[in-house]
Design a protein around this ligand. Structure first.
Ligand SMILES: [Zn+2]
Length: 194
């Protein structure tokens, strides 16, 4: 028997290698830098993207995937700007992005049921973090991946309201004949007034 050095990651609850923990700490450092003192709108996604280029707070400034979709939806353009400028703009607007799992899902081809289980298991910790530490004025649930637990999220005591798109998380991908992004913007604009 070889001894295992695996730990449970405090950012996602998954069994974690040293590399997993190192990446988690790196993301935490990038993210903390741009956390607003008073969070107006907390965007809550399901889990951190696998690819760092899709991670909003990564310093590379490529803003692909999820990061690009969110910035476009909130109306922050990235053209000709450094990553710091974009991050500062997002912060100044009182926006903060976090995920139920603050790390990517480990293991390829994780079954939807396993993903749902992993998300569900984290919800009590998420609720505590939102209520005691982040204290946003409102939470906006984002991405399809959160759909399976969205009703559980609504039941949590987050100390603030949870905005949904017709009972579902907001989707930021544009799809033909749908106007999810418009509904997201309307909800965000309405939220900013209170
Ligand atoms: Zn983790």
């Amino acid at each position: 028997m070889t001894s295992s050095s695996a730990l449970v990651c405090d950012g996602c609850g998954q069994m974690a290698s040293a590399e997993h923990i190192a990446r988690r700490l790196q993301r935490l450092e990038w993210t903390t830098r741009y956390r607003p003192v008073h969070i107006n709108t907390l965007f809550l996604g399901a889990f951190s993207p696998q690819d760092e280029k899709d991670f909003l707070y990564a310093p590379g400034g490529e803003f692909r995937g999820q990061a690009a979709l969110l910035l476009e939806a909130v109306g922050i353009s990235t053209a000709g700007k450094s990553a710091e400028v974009v991050h500062a703009e997002f912060q100044r607007a009182g926006f903060f992005l976090t995920h139920v799992l603050e790390c990517p899902i480990e293991g390829v081809g994780s079954l939807p049921a396993e993903v749902q289980g992993a998300l569900k298991a984290r919800l009590p910790a998420v609720a505590t973090r939102v209520r005691r530490s982040l204290k946003p004025k409102r939470v906006m649930a984002l991405t399809e991946a959160l759909s399976s637990v969205v009703q559980d999220i609504v039941m949590l005591d987050l100390g603030c309201s949870v905005l949904l798109d017709r009972g579902k998380p907001f989707r930021l991908e544009k799809s033909p004949g749908e106007n999810e992004v418009e509904r997201f913007r309307e909800a965000l604009a309405g939220a900013a007034k209170d």
